[in-house]
Write a protein that binds this ligand. Structure first.
Ligand SMILES: N[C@@H](CCC(=O)N[C@@H](CS)C(=O)NCC(=O)O)C(=O)O
Length: 207
């Protein structure tokens, strides 16, 4: 079966990064098609592939999956050996809640601390809502690591819940958001994860 992932620019598209990481983590053979964002014809270009006008979109022979979390779930279903969700049903449920909360929420954080792979930017003073969301993310990360006993990623090996939060790690890195001591190793693991490094290299090469 032909498997193509339509993504946006490496430097701009946080939702593309999530889906791409999951496909790479599961060792799926896929082709990447890229659409340049923020151009006059971006919408038209995306609509050639994705009926929602958004990327990422996974193009299979007869079906288009045009949402990052749905792509991740599809990959988890088709490649169960990749262990993209924790085995334990209760930990899996908590990981799913955290991934869903990321997918549908943290609007203040996403607006005030925009996605980027660069470092050293100073944000506008963070609003109380944004600060609350940052604390909520730390709580989610700590709870998952505690529930799973993981000293590495949130629930052991890299999975969908980690992919969902990789762009948050980049946002914290970009704006120098202080991460609690007990979560520093998690952030380091994410930034050192080979597919994350691969994406960074692709971004540099595209410049
Ligand atoms: N809920 C969607 C959101 C996708 C999304 O907002 N993608 C952005 C790029 S990161 C996009 O396609 N924007 C269209 C544009 O810039 O014209 C998902 O999870 O895939």
């Amino acid at each position: 079966m032909s498997t193509k992932l339509v993504i946006g620019d490496f430097k701009k598209s946080s939702w593309s990064l999530r889906a791409w990481l999951v496909l790479v983590a599961a060792d799926v053979a896929f082709e990447t098609l890229q659409v340049k964002l923020e151009q006059d014809d971006t919408r038209q270009q995306i609509l050639r592939y994705s009926p929602s006008g958004k990327v990422p979109a996974l193009l299979l022979d007869k079906v288009v999956i045009n949402d990052s979390l749905a792509i991740c779930e599809y990959v988890a279903d088709v490649y169960p050996a990749a262990g993209l969700w924790p085995q334990d049903p209760l930990i899996k449920a908590q990981a799913r809640c955290a991934a869903a909360e990321m997918h549908s929420g943290f609007v203040n954080l996403r607006t005030q601390l925009s996605f980027g792979l660069n470092t050293g930017d100073t944000p506008e003073p963070l609003t109380a809502e944004t600060q609350e969301e940052i604390q909520r993310i730390f709580t989610l990360w700590n709870n998952l690591r505690e529930a799973s006993g993981s000293k590495q990623f949130l629930c052991g090996d890299f999975g969908i819940v980690d992919a969902m939060f990789v762009p948050v790690v980049f946002r914290f890195r970009r704006y120098g958001v202080a991460v609690p001591t007990e979560l520093k190793t998690y952030v380091e693991e994410v930034l050192a994860y080979v597919p994350v490094q691969q994406w960074l290299k692709l971004a540099v090469a595209q410049a």
